[in-house]
Structures are given as structure tokens and as C-alpha cells.
Design a protein around this ligand. Structure first.
Ligand code: RIB
Ligand code: CA
Length: 313
């Protein structure tokens, strides 16, 4: 029985790769995609999701437009990384007409409540604005989910996680909406956090050689992958697969080693978006909800899984 997932995304380059990866995995059934402002504005993110779903021929995946801005701050995009359109400024065809639910948060709530308890895994690969709103609007939601797999944070648990990627300390998805992250991390949801600690491991990144290997397949999908990654590959020689690793973590827990920790989310101006492990020791009266944090990835097995899936017909 495939794992039913809902993907909440800000539809940048690695989000597009994550959507392709999830759609191609036989173990996965994408029930819905909800979009949120992050790498690009939510309207652009929604258009990008429709474009990629069209390429994949996924006409039955429900799409809901979510939050246009963070809970308590203005939107800060990352077009300098992902391109003005979020897809590496690739010229993918305009999306075909399909229904888009205007209340993406409402769609998320409705789909989870319509499923059996524990049937749905929520994979978040953008800022957590939609999820925080959903948990606030529907307090039953967190416990109804099997798990929330969150691409976000930098926890200092490996050398890759000892710094941020948007400030010296903060990872982008948490930085963009720390108030939302605080609500989600302190909910009663079962959380697996996939942070820079594993996603910045270069052995788990997509290289020029990988993309050339895929392009040799001559499929529509491999051509789309080549187009959306071209700018990043020319600038950095590789594409960090932050979001596809979160998809993999939702499908095969054995790919990652995790540790249980409580986490503090910094919402102050000085350290905004910093994610700090709270060491539970004798003196601290820290109370709160431990989450599973990824501390290692079987990079070769992940890359092989990714390449095999996206190359499949
Ligand atoms: O820090 C990496 C995350 O921020 C990824 O989800 C990427 O798409 C951006 O949203
Ligand atoms: Ca993303």
C-alpha cells in the first residue's frame, strides 16, 4: 500500500526535484500539494507546482494555494538562488487549466480529516506558515497525521549543520517564518526534522555528472531536470537536494539516523530562525516535545534511489 503524503512547498528548484521524485516513487501516493510563499511568492509557487504536475501527467493531485506571507513578518524570497520564477528561470510550458483550491490551509485540513488516523504523512519543504495555520485552525490535526517530516533547521549535530544558509546561524525555511516553526515544533505532532546537518552533505547532492547521466535517458522529465538545475549547476557545480531528502525520509526511515532532542526556535531579531538543541540536564527545567532530528544519511543509497526513481518511465 503506497504511503499517502501531502507536500507543502514553496516550489523552488529542489522543491521541483522533490515533487518529481515523490511522483515517481511507487511507494508514494501524493494526495495533495499545498503551496506557500518562500523561495518565490505563493502565486508563482502555485504556477510552478502546476507546471511540474503537468510534466508528470499527475492530473489527480489536488493543489491548494496557501499563505502569501509569514505569520508575523514580511515575505523574504530567495530568487537570487532559485531564479526569478523559482525554477531556475527555465522556460517550462504554461500550466494547463485545472482547479486550484484558494484555501490551501483548508484543503490540508480537509484531506487529513478525510483520511484515516495515521494514514497521511505531511512533508514540508518550505516555510511552515500553512502548517502552523492548519494546526491552529484545527487542533486535532497534528495528532491525526502519521508524522510531519520537515525540511528545516540547522542543529549543529554534524559539521554540515553548524551554520545556516540564509544567516550565519539560520536555515531558510525556519528563518522565513520562525513564529510558524515555533507553533509546529511545539505541537503534539510526531516530527522528523531534516536539517542542513544532512542536506548539506555533498555526497547527497546532485552533480553535473548525475544530470548528464539523466539527460542521456532523453525523457521529458530528465530534460526538465536539466533545465531547472542549469543555473545552479553552472554557478556551483551541484544542487543540494534539501527537499528530495525530506521525501526520502518520509518513505524509508532507514536512510537516516536520527536522535531525539527538544528544540528551541529563536524568534528574536538577533538570532531569528536559529534552531538550538535544548540539552535536557539535571539543572534545566526545560519541558517540551522531543522530535527526531536527522544526524546522518546513507548518501549513496539515497542518490541511487533518487536517480532510479526520476529516470523511471
Ligand atoms: O534551506 C533549504 C530550504 O530552503 C529548501 O526547502 C529550499 O527549497 C528553500 O526553500
Ligand atoms: Ca523548498
Amino acid at each position: 500500500m503506497p504511503r499517502k503524503i501531502i507536500i507543502d512547498t514553496d516550489m523552488g528548484v529542489d522543491d521541483a526535484l522533490a515533487l518529481i521524485f515523490a511522483a515517481k516513487l511507487p511507494e508514494v501516493q501524493i494526495d495533495a500539494v499545498t503551496t506557500v510563499s518562500g523561495n518565490v511568492h505563493v502565486d508563482q509557487a502555485t504556477e510552478n507546482a502546476l507546471k511540474i504536475l503537468d510534466v508528470l501527467g499527475k492530473k489527480n493531485v489536488l493543489v491548494g494555494r496557501g499563505a502569501a506571507k509569514p505569520l508575523a513578518r514580511s515575505h523574504v524570497h530567495s530568487q537570487e538562488i532559485h531564479g526569478r520564477n523559482g525554477l531556475g528561470d527555465s522556460g517550462l510550458p504554461e500550466p494547463q487549466l485545472r482547479t486550484v483550491y484558494d484555501d490551501g490551509v483548508g484543503l490540508l485540513i480537509q484531506r487529513v480529516l478525510a483520511a484515516r488516523k495515521g494514514e497521511v504523512t505531511l512533508v514540508t519543504i518550505g516555510p511552515l506558515t500553512n502548517v502552523a495555520q492548519a494546526f491552529t485552525r484545527e487542533p486535532r490535526l497534528a495528532d491525526r497525521l502519521d508524522r510531519v517530516v520537515i525540511m528545516g533547521g540547522a542543529y549543529g549535530l554534524t559539521r554540515y549543520g553548524r551554520g545556516g544558509n540564509v544567516t550565519s546561524e539560520a536555515e531558510y525555511n525556519i528563518y522565513e517564518d520562525p513564529e510558524a516553526a515555533e507553533i509546529v515544533f511545539h505541537s503534539n505532532a510526531r516530527i522528523t526534522a531534516v536539517g542542513l546537518d544532512v542536506t548539506m552533505n555533498p555526497s547527497a547532492a546532485l552533480t553535473r555528472q548525475h544530470i548528464d547521466h539523466l539527460a542521456s535517458k532523453g525523457t521529458v522529465v530528465s530534460d526538465v531536470i536539466r533545465k531547472v538545475t542549469a543555473n545552479m549547476v553552472s554557478r556551483w557545480g551541484l544542487v543540494y537536494l534539501h527537499d528530495p531528502i525530506a521525501i526520502a525520509a518520509a518513505v524509508d526511515k532507514t536512510l537516516l539516523r536520527t536522535e531525539k532532542h527538544m528544540v528551541d526556535i529563536d524568534v528574536t531579531e538577533k538570532g531569528i530562525g536559529r534552531t538550538t538543541i535544548i540539552r535536557r540536564d539535571e539543572s534545566s527545567s526545560a519541558t517540551g516535545h522531543e522530535i527526531d532530528i536527522a544526524v546522518n544519511i546513507d548518501a549513496k543509497r539515497f542518490i541511487d534511489m533518487f536517480l532510479e526513481a526520476v529516470a523511471s518511465s
